[in-house]
Design a protein around this ligand. Structure first.
Ligand code: ADP
Ligand code: MG
Length: 243
């Protein structure tokens, strides 16, 4: 069996708030294989963002283990953890998180400044922008782009370092249904054609329908974990309109 990209065992994350402790994650077991496309769902406060931040090496578990590509990242030093994040993780945010004073190309280039691998930066940026269909917007600033285009820049920035895992926390949460469709279509293509492993946090069933596996959290635990029939992005809202 190949090594899973993500392997969580009894993962817990406890926040101390004053004298109280909140178990945002209360013992998660989860394994995600290469080339999977999965959604993490659940009510507000169920632990979705905490889990995604953990997967993205932005935070460490309180106990339990997280193996990324077979390595127990819980034992890593801060430096090695941030290096791992830079090399292996691509993060896409709900509000894009682009720097307004930089062009699309400069935003996409940013993560490479912290990536020690020998990238031809110019070429990598060009490839990433081309991959998301924005070659002709390289010199535009975020406020000169639509929401959907800004998110495509966000995805190009996530892809530019060739990560093994693409994570999105409500990546279409700020977009109308047409732009959502466009972004989901791109994510499906990155998964099926380019072989990226994609994990999306969402509370929308339409977004989850674009994936092939739905993991539902409740109170920091996995409530259900089911395979799903993937709907092509172009059909998700059309189906909604028809029914
Ligand atoms: P979701 O993304 O599903 O809405 P979160 O992962 O943000 O859920 O939060 C899960 C639980 O952990 C909530 O009860 C939340 O209040 C708590 N929590 C999250 N982050 C922190 C933090 N930094 N400090 C204290 N409590 C937190
Ligand atoms: Mg959240």
């Amino acid at each position: 069996m190949p090594t899973p990209v993500v392997e969580l065992e009894n993962l817990r994350k406890v926040y101390k708030v004053g004298v109280e402790s909140v178990a945002a994650l209360d013992g998660i077991d989860l394994s995600i294989e290469e080339r999977e496309m999965a959604a993490i769902m659940g009510a507000s406060g169920s632990g979705k963002s905490t889990l995604l931040n953990m997967l993205g090496c932005l935070d460490r578990p309180t106990s339990g283990s997280y193996r990324l590509n077979g390595y127990d990242v819980g034992t890593f030093s801060d430096n090695r953890l941030s290096d791992t994040r830079g090399r292996y993780i691509g993060f896409v945010f709900q509000s894009y998180n682009l720097l307004p004073q930089l062009t699309a190309a400069q935003n996409v280039e940013l993560p490479l400044r912290y990536n020690p691998r020998g990238f031809d930066r110019k070429q990598a940026v060009k490839d990433a922008l081309e991959r998301v269909g924005l070659s002709d917007r390289a010199n535009h600033r975020p406020n000169q782009l639509s929401g959907g285009q800004q998110q495509r820049v966000g995805i190009a920035r996530a892809l530019v370092g060739r990560p093994s895992l693409l994570l999105g926390d409500e990546p279409t949460g700020n977009l109308d249904s047409r732009s959502t469709e466009e972004i989901l279509s791109l994510l499906q293509e990155l998964n099926s054609r380019d072989g990226m492993t994609v994990i999306l946090v969402t509370h929308e069933t339409e977004v989850a329908a674009a994936t092939r596996r739905i993991v539902t959290l409740r109170d920091g635990l996995v409530l259900s974990d089911e395979p799903a029939e993937q709907v092509p992005a172009e059909e998700i809202y059309r189906t909604g309109v028809m029914s």
